[in-house]
Design a protein around this ligand. Structure first.
Ligand code: CP
Ligand code: NVA
Length: 295
């Protein structure tokens, strides 16, 4: 069974096959007459809508469930929720705080489990990021991506995805907000030699793609004031973008906070591809489900 809890659950070939499936104009209705359960313990605009539409486009029926409705480990165990949803659905997606909860769900479920974002990883976002880069730059291998900001769930999956497709990965984070050694080891296992720095200029110089994400992720809202002080100087603005390749693009998983991690001029400027990227969340969700349920 094919679960997707982190992007390196996939081989390079799997990943490229999913990107190929994502661009199929008339996919087979592999979910006809079947359901997909989508559990959300955190808010979502893109993930919920893109997954629901992807399921519908494959002929299936999405059932979105708020975390408090099922009450993970409160109303019943995560394992019993997984076993229950297996009775009705072809796959289960879940957005959770603790990543370990997904591992328990996958171990107990009789159908594939997809990570819709955890505190540790956001593999669905990485799929859309790669498709967007490939469409905008004409290829992936050899391109250089610079991530500026918090070494969070999005950065972790993105770095692994870059490694799997032979892209260079650089990350600039304030001291204390970079990757742990075990994250770097996992990145290196994909074949990537990540460049880490606390200097955004160093990471962005000559990059083909510049990427950022919020300074405080969901669940860290109480740290936002401290983080605003710590991350001052890490805003992706026109000055920083000028150090990247002339044809470089800007990406952001969204939601964006203009004036914090990115200036409005960059987010809404000529190099920004954030809306192509947001649309690709739907195409890559469909490509993933097609790959999971068809083969
Ligand atoms: N990028 C992303 O996952 O957006 P949502 O949190 O709105 O789903
Ligand atoms: N790092 C952000 C990503 C949101 C899509 C968060 O976890 O809130």
């Amino acid at each position: 069974m094919r679960h997707l809890l982190e992007i390196d659950d996939l081989s390079s070939d799997d990943l490229l096959a999913i990107l190929g499936h994502s661009e199929q104009p008339e996919p087979d209705p592999v979910l006809a007459g079947r359901g997909v359960a989508l559990l959300f313990a955190k808010p979502s605009a893109r993930t919920r809508s893109s997954m629901e539409m992807a399921v519908a486009q494959l002929g299936g029926h999405p059932v979105t469930i708020r975390g408090e409705e099922v009450g993970f480990d409160v109303r019943e165990t995560v394992e019993d929720i997984g076993r229950t949803l297996t009775c009705y659905h072809a796959a289960i997606g879940a957005r959770v705080f603790e990543h370990q909860l997904l591992e328990r769900l996958a171990a107990a479920s009789g159908v594939p489990v997809v990570n819709l974002l955890s505190d540790d990883a956001h593999p669905l976002q990485a799929l859309a990021d790669l498709l967007t880069i490939r469409q905008c730059l004409g290829g992936l291998a050899g391109r250089r991506l610079a991530y500026v900001g918090d070494a969070n769930n999005v950065a972790r999956s993105l770095g692994l995805a870059c490694g799997l497709v032979g892209m260079g990965f650089r990350i600039a984070s304030p001291d204390g907000f970079g990757f742990a050694e075990e994250d770097l080891d996992r990145l290196r296992a994909t074949g990537c030699e990540p460049m880490t720095t606390n200097q955004p200029d160093e990471a962005v110089s000559g990059a083909d793609v510049v990427y950022t994400d919020v300074w405080a992720s969901m669940g860290q809202e109480d740290q936002i004031e401290d983080r605003r002080r710590t991350f001052a100087g890490f805003t992706v603005d026109d000055r920083l973008m000028a150090l990247a390749q002339p044809e470089s693009i800007f990406l952001h998983c969204l939601p964006a906070h203009r004036g914090e991690e990115v200036s409005a001029e960059v987010a809404d400027g000529p190099r920004s591809r954030i809306w192509e990227q947001a649309e690709n969340r739907m195409h890559t969700a469909r490509g993933l489900l097609l790959w999971m349920c068809q083969e």
